[in-house]
Design a protein around this ligand. Sequence first.
Ligand code: SAM
Length: 349
Amino acid sequence: MNDAHFTPEDLAAEMLSYLPAEFEPKIIADFAAGHGSLLNASFKKWPKAKIIANDICNESYSVLKKNKNWLVSKSNFLLPKSRQSSFYSNFVGDVDLVILNPPFSVRRRDWLIWNDINSSSTVKASYSAIFTLLSISYLKENGKLLAILPSGTLESQRDSLAWDIIKDTCSVEVLKKNHSNTFKNVTVNTVIVLISKLTSNKNSFIKRKLLPKSKSTKLFNIFRGSLPVYKAKIVSNGVPYIHTTNLLENKINIKNFVEKNKSLITGPSLLIPRVGKCNEKKLCILRNNETVAISDCIIAISHSDENLINLLFMKLKDDINTLLKLYIGTGAQYIRVNDLSDYIDTIHL
Ligand SMILES: C[S@@+](CC[C@H](N)C(=O)[O-])C[C@H]1O[C@@H](n2cnc3c(N)ncnc32)[C@H](O)[C@@H]1O
């Protein structure tokens, strides 16, 4: 058996509780289903849904097969040939909910290299990141992927390319940090991540890689912070750590400092909340040459010309309602980087 640390029943149910109340998936898949903990919880909640279960292991396959109404397969999800010969390959772009606790052992297999033969591009990342990346293709437009992933995968250098590709077509949110004793017989730091697909293009990330990269015509660089509050190690001597609570009355209110190694932004930049309640007083300018570390709930909009940042600040403030309309979400409100970027492109400066 490979990484058979099955998800406890209560955690599986808790994961589903993070989905919007109105979300009613018709097709649900787990490509590393084990004994089906995540799918059992899903089937309990949505008994009419079509369930797609896959696992590499014989023993798990026979356990999954006991669910007569489920579509069960045994394949190595990480191998293209194995995926293509499995019935679930017919469901690319059709699945409403993918739910995963992918294998992420670091004992033997620290890295995985995924080659896209068509574009001859290579993504080198951890097993869990590649598993997640490959699963995105099966999601339909507005489909969701809930996953238990190793803490730190979103900030890790080694997984950054995989996450960049995922963020091209999806929004990504870390919902919760699990206790390190959540899984039987193993101490492991994990988080629950929710990925929401934004576009309908089947295999869009693969297609994107085939296209020559267009030259960026964007005036501003938009940077999404990546240092969550629970990971911010406060030190006495470091760079200011800026979370949404530090954006007050259009001023950056410095309270805490962190080590100078993650999620760093240097002015001139405009900081705005990515998650949480935004209003015109939350727009704050980071001045030229000032460096801060921003939380994952903040977006920085940067340009080398401070005058342009000042101008953008005024324009966004004057038409704050248009910006506020871009905040979405049924729980905590958030703004997508792509939506913000597209909006900024329309502003005449
Ligand atoms: C951590 S367990 C999770 C099982 C189940 N989803 C759960 O939450 O209880 C990971 C599962 O991935 C399966 N697995 C490992 N490598 C795989 C691969 N390449 N393709 C498909 N399944 C794989 C293992 O057999 C194991 O059942």
